[in-house]
Design a protein around this ligand. Structure first.
Ligand SMILES: [Mg+2]
Length: 180
């Protein structure tokens, strides 16, 4: 049972790979053909869209800096993802992505708070105390904690060093617990 008193003034931040779509271990989703939703994710996002005013995607995509894909490949993947989600009546307000390499000193990657601060600049109604970050890796959970958000981990084979407030097996399981 989730103890937070969630209403439409809350904001949801979602990691992409491993939460929304199947992660390619040791690689990158470089085109639509490689983008595969995790089970029941469009349905889960539709449910979540009925309570949260805004849902944002925050994703590290260093495949761009590595030259494995271009920024326009990524934007095309995100347009496809949003279109599929909208078919189920879900909404994503905006996708933020960090294209830099992990070791770039000016990186905007999670766990740096940059993408969250950018969202707050563009959507000033966001309150981080009334925000939840959902992710499958330590960098997601640390990103949420760095901004004072609540945190939810989606369990994968990824080793866990930073505990989240709650852990679920999937986004749909998280969504069901909100509506319990
Ligand atoms: Mg992930």
């Amino acid at each position: 049972m989730i103890s937070w008193d969630i209403d439409s003034s809350w904001t949801l931040f979602l990691d992409r790979d491993g939460v929304i779509n199947k992660r390619i271990m040791g690689g990158y989703v470089t085109c639509i053909e490689e983008f595969q939703f995790e089970d029941s994710v469009p349905e889960a996002i539709a449910q979540l869209s009925s309570i949260f005013s805004h849902l944002f995607v925050v994703t590290n995509q260093q495949g761009i800096a590595k030259g494995v894909m271009s920024e326009s490949n990524l934007l095309e993947i995100h347009r496809y993802m949003i279109k599929e989600i909208e078919k189920m009546n879900g909404r994503i307000s905006k996708c933020y992505y960090a294209p830099e390499l992990k070791n770039d000193p000016f990186s905007t990657r999670k766990p740096q708070p940059t993408m969250g601060l950018k969202a707050k600049e563009e959507f000033p109604a966001i309150s981080f105390e009334k925000s939840i970050m959902v992710g499958d890796t330590d960098s997601d959970i640390l990103f949420g904690k760095n901004l004072g958000m609540k945190t939810v981990r989606i369990k994968t084979e990824e080793p866990v060093n930073t505990e989240a407030d709650y852990t679920f097996n999937s986004l749909i399981e998280f969504s069901k617990h909100i509506f319990l």
